[in-house]
Write a protein that binds this ligand. Structure first.
Ligand SMILES: Nc1ncnc2c1ncn2[C@@H]1O[C@H](COP(=O)(O)OP(=O)(O)OP(=O)(O)O)[C@@H](O)[C@H]1O
Length: 340
């Protein structure tokens, strides 16, 4: 029988067009309350949406019980009669970021090889609020503060060269309007046995301190609805970032030229860029740097390039990581690229 949560998710899926009917879904299940709630909700909604559902679990070998955790998900999948994919890390990932990167690579490969159009994760509204706070403290701009979007494109390692659309696979996070409190209550009501991740209590991790100390403090001393408010802010920012991204893409096509005769030269029409808003100037600069640099551009690097939009002729930057230098040549900012 459907509960309020089923109806809420069904409506979200319909209004946001997240997971179309009859598609193959690879659902990432860690064993925590959020992903257990997710898989149960999707299976309950399945007769209406006619998806082909499978489960994937990644064993990072981080905890002494990680194999038992993976076994538990395998049994769960068998009980649910759902295809199951399990991957164990050859080398234990040294950091959370490395673990995440490996996990997403595994998800994409399995989805691609087995024709699942979507990867689905159990990120919730609570995760969104925490991610916003985490990124705010680290000094993120609006892109980081939009924190966990409904859709994310994952780049495939081995793209299918016969298909233009096969270079990316879509990750969907359908629970972003549902709180951790709700997923916990759902699991309890449905008798779903949660695998407790002991590292969630480790206060060495900033994420856990935000979840267990900072947010409860803000709730008690500032606003009991802080989690929802932060998630709302993230959602407003998501729409604004989407809009700015589309403007940036159009502007980028108009002002950036790539010449590949004897040398590879990237030119930015700074005269045209000067007529636009500084928010767009920065975004175009960042997009250019993403193409010419070997690492992700930071605030200072973007500002350095941006300053050339109104700098005197022949001004130049010092080398960016990877070696590229930007030089002002009349109405243009010119990068000579000495790598492929
Ligand atoms: N080991 C795992 N195997 C399969 N799915 C997982 C695993 N760990 C996490 N997930 C998926 O990712 C979701 C978010 O999990 P969690 O919050 O622990 O990850 P995170 O690292 O904080 O998120 P992100 O990967 O987006 O940064 C889970 O609900 C689940 O769908």
């Amino acid at each position: 029988m459907w509960t309020l949560l089923h109806t809420q998710l069904h409506r979200t899926l319909r209004s946001r067009q997240l997971l179309p009917e009859s598609q193959g879904l690879l659902v990432a299940v860690s064993g925590g309350q959020d992903s257990l709630c997710l898989i149960q909700l999707l299976l309950d909604l399945q007769p209406k949406w006619k998806w082909q559902i499978a489960i994937v679990h990644c064993d990072h070998r981080w905890r002494s019980d990680s194999q038992a955790n993976a076994d538990y998900i395998e049994q769960l999948a068998q009980g649910l009669r759902v295809p199951f994919y399990r991957e164990t890390a050859d080398i234990i990932p040294p950091t959370e970021a490395a673990a995440r990167q490996w996990r997403y690579q595994v998800f994409s490969q399995i989805a691609q090889r087995n024709n699942y159009a979507y990867i689905v994760t159990g990120h919730t509204k609570s995760d969104r609020a925490e991610t916003l706070l985490y990124n705010l403290i680290r000094g993120s701009g609006s892109d980081g503060l939009q924190a966990l979007t409904w859709r994310r494109s994952l780049k495939l390692e081995c793209p299918d060269l016969n298909s233009l659309s096969a270079n990316y696979i879509t990750l969907i996070r359908p629970l972003l309007e549902i709180t951790r409190e709700q997923t916990g209550q759902f699991c309890q009501e449905k008798g779903l046995e949660i695998w407790v991740d002991s590292t969630n209590d480790d206060l060495h991790y900033a994420r856990n301190r935000i979840r267990q100390e900072l947010l409860p403090y803000l709730q008690t001393h500032f606003n009991p609805k802080v989690e929802s408010h932060l998630a709302q802010t993230a959602e407003l920012l998501r729409a604004e970032v989407d809009y700015l991204d589309s403007l940036t893409e159009t502007l980028f096509q108009q002002v950036v030229v790539l010449e590949t005769d004897s040398q590879k030269i990237l030119k930015i029409n700074r005269l045209a860029l000067r007529q636009t808003h500084e928010a767009l100037q920065r975004r175009v600069s960042r997009k250019v740097l993403q193409q010419v640099m070997s690492t992700t551009p930071n605030f200072e690097q973007i500002e350095k390039l941006n300053a050339l939009i109104s700098a005197p002729n022949r001004s130049q930057t010092d080398p960016f990581p990877g070696g590229a230098i930007a030089l002002v040549d009349g109405d243009w900012i010119v990068f000579t690229l000495n790598f492929n």
